[in-house]
Design a protein around this ligand. Structure first.
Ligand code: NAI
Length: 499
């Protein structure tokens, strides 16, 4: 058949031009775009091509093994992408396709990756990660591997892993993924243990499960760790609690707390992606509905604003008087959850706290109320109570309907992160994660260089890193900004100039 190369193809030294020629030849075989059997040739050639471009040794695949690769997706014909090298991505497997899609909208991480490729800041180092294993994370993982790291990764939530992406990561040299969607608690922690078995020098967490495990069950791993990075608010809260008790054994950078992360990621990322996930899972109209947001922090603010822009009538619940007042002056109705329970049509919790919607509220909800959580852990809505008391439970894709006293209560994604854990949840928009993961990559580089000089505890992202990420993003957008004149600099740093 035209698109099966002979065994001889595999013997030609593994030089780059050979790979390029073979890809080009495969694509020019007549009718190859509608022939699924060429998928395995091209997708694997692309993996080999990328690895060789990065200086990795020759592939260890055998011809036979390639035959057993699964799940191909055919892309649009190359001629439908005039002027683009889209032909290089067509016929790839679904995980590779997702990663390639994300990569094209991540210019900041791409430019960092180019520098890492040359400078190899992680040469000889192992990085252990527990993050949501999906396409944007894969681009971060590849960036760290490009910098010379051996990367071991698993999930940070049992329902947020995309198995095809995890599988694709495992085809990359120097990358090992143990994440699986739907892992039970035992498997979840077994995967974390496998990451720790590699004795990472740097940890990258989203929610602090990796660091928790190191400090409780795997203390022998502490010796190898220089430092870590933490992605989310809840993880930083847990780290600060550890630091307060004097039990945090190494320095960790609070990536979440830096403006280039939470101004964009928590506000716009969680806001847009949670709404998108609710809409695609339920297919209900947001406009005109009473939309209750619990917690007016960074995530809650994004959700409330974006729900309002879709026409929802938004109610905010809070425990912090300053944030409640801010919500009021931003034009939202502010009340307690007790008051909001009988009014709301859709509820989203985003407090990072526990027991926000509980047995006190469930009986007062409207028939058909939809409940979702965007906070890190599945403790904000007391789903366990509901499951124990419900007259019946109906499971749909991403929606569990509990019948309680004749009323239906719909819980999305089992009360886990709605933007990631619903079957179609894609997580934050790509451009947002480009910024957050650029901060992660540069913070990891900072730990590699300076971690040994830092005291154990929670550290801010150095502002030079934050500014660098903003500068790279502005450059990618082709936007210019003004510069301070010498007089302005002098004025801003002076205390003697007054009226
Ligand atoms: P934040 O600390 O800025 O805001 C949380 C707000 O909730 C605060 O204003 C607090 O006063 C309020 N709150 C606490 N307990 C409450 C209660 N019982 N009722 C009403 N309000 C209450 O935190 P941020 O950055 O908004 O993060 C919130 C949660 O979302 C965290 O768990 C964080 O890890 C998670 N997160 C989730 C993301 C996602 O992809 N879904 C992305 C980023 C963060």
């Amino acid at each position: 058949m035209a698109c099966h190369p002979g065994a001889g193809y595999w013997g030609v030294n593994g030089e780059l031009p050979w790979i390029e020629n073979t890809i080009a030849r495969s694509l020019s075989w007549p009718g190859s775009y509608h022939n699924a059997s060429c998928g395995w040739v091209i997708s694997n050639l692309l993996v080999i091509y990328e690895k060789q471009a990065r200086g990795f040794p020759k592939p260890r695949y055998t011809h036979g093994a390639l035959h057993h690769e699964r799940r191909y997706q055919l892309q649009t014909k190359p001629e439908e992408y005039p002027g683009r090298k889209a032909d290089l991505v067509y016929c790839m497997k679904s995980g590779d396709l997702k990663i390639a899609w994300a990569k094209q909208y991540m210019p900041v991480l791409s430019s960092i990756r180019r520098r890492f490729d040359e400078e190899m800041p992680f040469a000889g180092m192992t990085i252990g990660m527990a993050l949501h294993v999906e396409a944007k994370t894969a681009v971060l993982v590849e960036t760290l591997a490009a910098g010379g790291a051996e990367v071991y990764i698993t999930g940070c939530n049992p329902l947020s892993t995309q198995d095809d992406v995890s599988e694709a990561l495992n085809t990359r040299e120097g990358i090992h993924s143990y994440a699986r969607r739907g892992a039970g608690v035992e498997e979840y922690y077994a995967a974390i243990d496998r990451v720790l078995d590699a004795h990472p020098a740097i940890t990258i967490d989203d929610g602090m499960d990796l660091i928790y495990r190191v400090h409780t069950q795997r203390r022998e791993v502490l010796d190898s760790i220089i430092g870590g990075c933490e992605e989310t608010t809840t993880g930083v809260h847990r780290l600060r609690a550890m630091a307060r008790e004097g039990v945090l054994a190494f320095p960790v950078i609070a990536v979440n707390d830096t403006p280039m992360k939470h101004y964009f990621d928590n506000v716009h990322g969680t806001g847009e992606s949670s709404l998108a996930s609710i809409m695609i899972t339920t297919n209900v109209l947001i406009a005109g509905r009473r939309f209750v947001v619990a917690g007016y922090g960074f995530c809650g603010r994004g959700l409330a604003q974006k729900a309002r822009s879709l026409g929802a009538r938004v109610i905010v619940t809070e425990v912090d008087p300053r944030r409640a007042l801010q919500a009021h002056m931003d034009g939202f109705d502010v009340m307690t959850m007790d008051q909001a329970a009988p009014l709301g049509d859709i509820f989203v919790t985003t407090t990072g706290n526990t027991g926000v919607i509980t047995e006190r509220h469930f009986p007062n909800l409207k028939d058909g109320a939809i409940l979702a959580n965007a906070g890190h852990f599945d403790v904000e809505i007391d789903v366990e109570w509901l499951a124990a008391r419900a007259d019946s439970i109906t499971h749909r894709d991403g929606i569990d309907t509990y019948l309680l006293g004749g009323k239906a209560i719909h819980i999305l994604a089992e009360g886990r992160l709605v933007n990631l854990a619903t079957p179609k949840g894609m997580g934050h928009p790509i451009e947002v994660m480009d910024l957050s993961f650029a901060v992660q990559a540069l913070s990891a580089e900072f730990i590699a260089e300076h971690g040994r000089q830092l005291a154990p505890g929670v550290h801010d992202v150095p502002s030079a890193i934050d500014e660098e990420v903003a500068r790279l993003k502005l450059a990618a957008l082709d936007l210019s900004i003004d510069r301070l004149t010498p007089e302005q600099e002098a004025y801003m740093s002076s205390w003697t100039i007054g009226t």
